[in-house]
Each structure stands twice: as C-alpha cells, then as structure tokens.
Design a protein around this ligand. Structure first.
Ligand SMILES: C[S@@+](CC[C@H](N)C(=O)[O-])C[C@H]1O[C@@H](n2cnc3c(N)ncnc32)[C@H](O)[C@@H]1O
Length: 285
C-alpha cells in the first residue's frame, strides 16, 4: 500500500526534502490505481502530511467521515442486479440478506412480501446450488423481470391463509419437504399481522434455519442509512414488527441500536439502519 510506505517515511521528510510531500501529493491525486477515489487519495495525502495526527482525521471528515456505501461483490449478486442497486428502504440490507441466505445452505427460501422484488433478487442469487425461492404476496408480482427465474415460484395469496392452508400442499406438489431454511418477512409491518406470521410460519423453519424481519425500526416513520441519507415512510407502525419479535422471544430490545442476543434457541442480530433488520437464526442445539 502506498499509504503504508508513506507512513514509513515519516514527517521528517518535510525538513529533509521539502519537495517530496508535494510530489507525493501529486502522485496521490493523479494516481490511476483501480480503486482510487477521492477519499482514498485524501487518505494518502493525510498520511503523507501528518501520518498519525489531526490532518489525517480532518481529511477523513472532509471526505465524508463515517459514511458507508454498499457494493456488490459476489458474481451471483452482480448478475442479480444488472443495473446496480437503487437506493431504497432495503438497499443497505441486501448484502446482509445474501450473507444469511448463504449461511443457512438453503434448499427452500420463503419470502413473504415481494413488491418490486429487491429482496427476491438477493434470494435468487443465494439459491445458486439448486435451492428454490418461493415468494408470496397479496399483489400479483408474477410478471417481475428477474434473473434466475428458473429458481423462482410466486404465489399470489394472503400469507397467513397460504401458510395455514396452501404451503404444505404446495411443497408436496413440488416434491419438497415443508422445511424452510430462510424465512423472510416483509409485508404489512403491523403488530397483529406479524404475530400471526410468526405463529403460522415459524413451525416450518428447519432446525438450522433463520427468520429475517425487515422494518423492525420504523421509528416515527423516518429512517436513516449508513450512507447518511434520510428518507421517510410517513407512518408510524407503533413498533409493530419488533414488538411481535420481542413477544416471540420473551424479551425487550432497543431497536434504535445495533445488538446481538441469544434467546429461545435463536441467535439474534439486529441492524437499526434503513428501517431495521432483525435476524433470528436457530442455534440448532
Ligand atoms: C414492503 S413490500 C415488500 C418489499 C420487498 N420485500 C422488496 O424487497 O422489494 C410489502 C409487500 O407485502 C405485501 N403484503 C402486505 N400484506 C400482505 C399479506 N397479508 N400477505 C401477503 N403479502 C402481503 C404487499 O402487497 C407488498 O407488496
């Protein structure tokens, strides 16, 4: 790394060879390095001028400070989002969804709430080794243009009704065990409905499966992202989703903060940004 080399040189370079920092500065600003961006360049300049001190911090702050962006890394994710990721309420959770979907080594992923199919794209990417993705929505989302459509099934139904009376039959017809490795819940965001969803669908979770809930931190209807942008839903769900999760686990949480927990046989991880995402992964023990 150039930065590390500069750090080795140290501040004495100013006194011995006054032109060197400016040459380095020019090099940093003009570097054609593949991953160069303004932030990295400023970082390097900071290291050159003031390896350990306030210049580095100042430049970091000027370049945006602690502001974090998402990128797609895995080829299946890149293929799933050919136009890149559009900033939305869920865009900052797409990588996390992919991570947990891959982690459960899925055979069957069930998504409750499809809309435009952002989360669907992630699950289709994660279904790379023969898994099926089943999406359920009140609205007809069957016409969505999605990559890997051969991995996808869509059912237009009320999710409670389908969970109680249709899912087991659907699995039998598809020659699948009614065992869900990843259950994603992103529908009404209402307390009573989320409670019913947990009651209806959690018995289908496999012994090492995970349930993921979006919108567990809707607050007053305004949410912030890690890239420091802010957006609004315009309605307050009265903590509907997180309350239902708390009740299921027999505990209480401060959903405005990051936290992890172990409760009722589940590992719990909570991400408060972008309206909140909460993962409940069976400990399998
Ligand atoms: C927030 S959107 C889902 C977003 C989607 N997961 C994504 O990442 O693009 C919520 C969806 O849940 C659906 N929905 C609401 N209540 C439902 C219910 N009882 N059963 C099935 N779908 C429902 C709505 O029609 C809507 O499309």
């Amino acid at each position: 790394m150039v930065g590390e080399r500069l750090l080795d040189i140290g501040p004495e370079v100013f006194y011995k060879e006054p032109c060197i920092p400016f040459c380095l500065l020019g090099f940093c600003m003009n570097s054609n390095h593949q991953n160069s961006n303004i932030k990295q360049r400023l970082d390097r300049v900071g290291l050159a001028l003031n390896p350990k001190g306030w210049v580095k911090e100042l430049l970091f702050r000027l370049a945006g400070g602690p502001r974090f962006h998402q990128c797609l890394q895995h080829p299946e994710m890149i293929a799933s989002f050919p136009g890149g990721v559009t900033t939305s309420d869920i865009s900052e959770h797409l990588n996390t969804l992919f991570f947990f979907a891959m982690d459960v080594k899925p055979r069957l992923i069930v998504e409750l709430g499809t809309r435009g199919g952002e989360s669907t794209r992630v699950f289709l990417a994660a279904a790379l080794s023969g898994a099926r993705v089943l999406s359920v929505d009140l609205d007809d989302c069957s016409g969505l243009e999605l990559p890997h459509r051969e991995r996808w099934n869509f059912v237009k139904a009320d999710d409670i009704e389908f969970g109680l009376h249709g899912f087991a039959k659907w699995c039998a017809a598809a020659s699948l065990k009614p065992e869900i490795d990843l259950l994603f819940i992103d529908t009404s965001h209402l307390y009573d409905h989320t409670k019913q969803e947990i009651q209806t669908w959690s018995p289908f979770l496999s012994s090492t499966g995970a349930m993921i809930f979006h919108d567990t931190n809707m607050g007053l209807g305004v949410y912030g992202r890690l890239d420091r942008s802010v957006d609004r839903y315009g309605w307050n769900n009265q903590r509907g989703v997180i309350r239902a999760v708390e009740e299921f686990l027999g505990t209480t949480y401060d959903e405005r903060r990051f936290f992890t927990d172990v409760a009722k046989g589940y590992l719990v991880a909570h991400y408060p940004h972008s309206s909140g995402l909460t993962v409940l992964k069976k400990t399998g023990g």
